[in-house]
Design a protein around this ligand. Structure first.
Ligand SMILES: [Zn+2]
Length: 145
């Protein structure tokens, strides 16, 4: 497991493992295979939650991506529309943080403002976690090999 976010990231992985069990572990193992492929671009990475509050989401519009897949923290990534045109839903990607840590994800969504802001958007479970993680600047995105 990556540890770049410290306890919050570990909590996220623990919660995910608890919820999705062995299947999620297997999926993670599969999606972590392979190295960096083609360089896509450098972005700021923002976080939003999938937490349900009074029957609706606080900062995420939907628990489902634009391709109809249920969004999964630690797996799903939203990219700008121009990136989505070249790398469609289902594309496996590698995020490289400024400290060199990598995270393997799958493009599953886009967002109206992401292109203007030069941002990637990552779902997390709770609103407090989204606030804590905030925006990480200068994250490099690659297609996975
Ligand atoms: Zn939120």
């Amino acid at each position: 497991m990556t540890n770049y976010r410290g306890s919050a990231g570990q909590n996220r992985h623990l919660k995910m493992a608890a919820i999705f069990g062995a299947l999620a572990v297997l999926t993670l193992a599969v999606t972590r295979c392979g190295g960096r492929g083609e360089y896509i671009g450098t972005f700021d990475l923002s976080h939003y939650c999938l937490e349900v509050w009074n029957g609706s989401h606080i900062c995420g519009n939907s628990a489902y991506g634009c391709g109809g897949d249920r969004l999964v923290p630690g797996k799903s990534l939203a990219v700008p529309a121009d990136v989505l045109e070249k790398y469609p839903v289902g594309t496996k990607v590698v995020l490289v943080y400024p400290d060199g840590k990598e995270e393997h994800l799958i493009i599953q969504d886009t967002g109206r403002a992401l292109g203007e802001l030069g941002r990637l958007d990552m779902p997390v479970y709770s609103h407090s976690e989204a606030l804590e993680l905030g925006v990480v600047e200068n994250v490099k995105l690659y297609a996975a090999k």
